[in-house]
Design a binder for this molecule. Structure first.
Ligand code: HEC
Length: 133
């Protein structure tokens, strides 16, 4: 039990460090694009995550369609009905532990919902929203 708790704590720390680095890089890029940029917003992130759009296969979907309302619980893929482990790093320490994985899924999932890649600002906002859920 103690070992498991220690592992969880270690993963927790490393994933927090990874996501901090990811967000810092995005914030620098956002500032280069728009000098009036101040910070990423949970509120804008929530709008990005919960609003519905005509996305993949012409279906009206949001990020919630696959990840669910409660990010601390498992979701279900809207298209394949496969279970998706919780997105919140608070309950799922595997989340946000690798920049490559975060980038890959943000790219793919923005295309699923928005039919385009997310902007730097949108990615920063939505990740800030998710890690605070
Ligand atoms: C069609 C279903 C679907 C939709 C819609 C969807 N996702 Fe995902 N998402 C997935 C799947 C599948 C994975 C990868 C499997 C896994 O990691 O459990 C994933 C993984 C992720 C990850 C990876 C996190 C990590 O480090 O493990 C992030 C971040 C993410 N999604 C954010 C979003 C955002 C933001 C949206 C809305 C723009 C969104 N998702 C919409 C299915 C979806």
């Amino acid at each position: 039990m103690k070992i498991i708790l220690t592992l969880v704590a270690l993963f927790g720390i490393s994933s927090a460090a990874v996501v901090d680095e990811f967000l810092e890089t995005l914030a620098k890029e956002a500032k280069v694009q728009d000098s009036s940029f101040k910070a990423f917003s949970i509120k804008r992130g929530e709008e990005i995550f919960t609003s519905k759009h005509i996305g993949k296969r012409g279906e009206e979907v949001s990020c919630v369609s696959c990840h669910g309302d409660d990010l601390n619980k498992a979701g279900k893929n809207f298209f394949t009905v496969k279970e998706i482990e919780p997105l919140s790093p608070k309950t799922n320490p595997k989340r946000f532990s690798e920049i490559k994985t975060i980038e890959k899924w943000l790219k793919r999932n923005f295309i699923d919902v928005y039919n385009r890649e997310g902007t730097i600002q949108e990615k920063g906002d939505v990740v800030t929203y998710i890690i605070n859920k």
